[in-house]
Design a protein around this ligand. Structure first.
Ligand code: FE2
Length: 417
């Protein structure tokens, strides 16, 4: 594998931002950044240290850097090495990927992952939670590649790695041991794909195993779950019940949860209440699920997303992810979280001013809760992970999805200087 490049050696330390427009605040303000890369003070007419580079935002919107709470770095840009997904379904994508991943080398995974990370950083992402395929097919080679990419990019972005048994645990005997080894290699979270087992009983056993592994490593869980239009796919309620039984409230994320949108309203309300009670957080991936779901529908076609609006109204924390960038699961994806927000607004009719705030929260503060970040936001003491967008407000940020004028990571310029 080639030597890791240091992304931050030549980046400029920034002393602060003048005339910044913050969401939900009238008028502009200044943000002073200390030498350690943290926000020191916010106010009007602040003085900055002599000789320190200060950005003049000139009334433009400054936000905390975006968070991609669900991405597959090992898959990024793999569309060139797999056949086209003709049915457009999750099942066919998994089949193509299964053949391709057996031949992948860690260096290839690493290089594609770095390309995706650089795209995300350029668009203002400061944190990523990535799922990485682990099992008897993938072995540990994909994890090796993604961990190498994380190391190479550690000065420009923070990355959490979830060990993800793409082919199931009961369907792929041996995957559990591979997950165990991947966690020992430095991965952070236990992942799963509960609906991808042969029977509902196996799905429950799959979830049980995730909690066993999480207890052994004291790790959080982020499980792909009910990523299907099948209204009889009922894994999410078991995940919530198991979370309460094991006392893991607040440490479990349910990703996708598409079947919730196909349940009848009475059952959906029961599952949403169980998620709220268990403090299970939900990550939706609007682009990918608009693409993959509804493939067996003629008309009307379902949108495929989980019930974002109802989850939020019930008090469940909901974030949104990019999920895929140009791979067999999704031929699009840019790594721009404002694109994800834009799709989410369309997909669940989240278009009022209040709902557009929810959409932006899904790629910022709500996602920070999913990743359980400390020191995230625009307050004194928070790390200066910031983006300056050439718009005046959040609505325009979602409408125009501009490339940031400046991206700061711990007070250093990643873009714009
Ligand atoms: Fe995913």
């Amino acid at each position: 594998m080639r030597a890791a490049k240091d992304h931050c050696v030549s980046s400029t330390a920034i002393g602060g931002i003048r005339r910044a427009q913050l969401r939900g605040r009238r008028g502009t303000c200044d943000i002073r950044i200390d030498g350690a890369g943290n926000i020191e003070k916010i106010g009007r007419g602040l003085r900055f240290g002599r000789g320190r580079r200060v950005i003049d935002a000139d009334g433009c919107l400054v936000m905390p850097s975006f968070i991609d709470s669900h991405l597959h770095l090992d898959l990024a840009y793999s569309l060139d090495i797999v056949p086209a997904n003709r049915s457009g379904t999750l099942v066919e994508a998994i089949r193509h990927w299964d053949r391709a991943k057996r031949k992948l080398k860690p260096a290839d995974v690493r290089d594609r992952a770095i390309r995706a990370i650089e795209a995300e950083v350029n668009f203002g992402t400061g944190h990523i939670r990535t799922h990485v395929d682990v099992g008897t097919g993938a072995g540990l080679r994909l994890v090796e590649g993604v961990l190498a990419a994380r190391e190479a990019c550690k000065t420009i972005i923070d990355i959490q790695v979830v060990v993800f048994p793409q082919d199931g645990l009961l369907r792929d005997p041996g995957a559990y041991e591979q997950m165990h080894a991947a966690l020992q290699m430095g991965c952070d979270l236990v992942g799963g794909i509960a609906h991808n087992e042969r029977t509902h009983d196996d799905s429950k056993r799959h979830i049980d195993k995730l909690f066993d592994l999480a207890a052994e490593f004291d790790a959080d869980i982020d499980c792909h779950i009910d990523e299907t239009d099948d209204p009889k796919s009922r894994c999410t309620e078991y995940l919530a019940a198991k979370t309460i039984e094991c006392g893991r409230q607040g440490r479990v994320t349910a990703s996708h949860v598409c079947a919730l949108a196909s349940y009848d309203n009475v059952h959906a309300a029961k599952v949403i209440d169980a998620l709220r009670e268990a403090r299970v957080q939900v990550v939706t991936n609007p682009g990918v699920n608009l693409h993959l779901q509804g493939r067996h529908d003629r008309y009307p076609k379902r949108r495929g997303l989980t019930r974002v609006r109802e989850l939020v109204e019930a008090g469940v924390n909901v974030a949104a992810g990019q999920d895929c960038i140009r791979d067999p699961f999704y031929p699009f994806g840019t790594g721009q979280m404002l694109d994800v927000a834009h799709l989410l607004a369309h997909a669940d009719h989240l278009t009022t001013p209040k709902q557009l705030n929810t959409v932006l929260d899904a790629i910022t503060t709500n996602a920070a809760k999913v990743l359980r970040l400390r020191g995230y936001g625009i307050r004194p003491g928070c790390r200066a992970d910031l983006v300056v967008l050439p718009v005046q407000d959040g609505h325009e940020a979602v409408r125009l999805r501009p490339i940031p004028a400046h991206v700061l990571k711990a007070g250093r310029a990643m873009r714009g200087d």
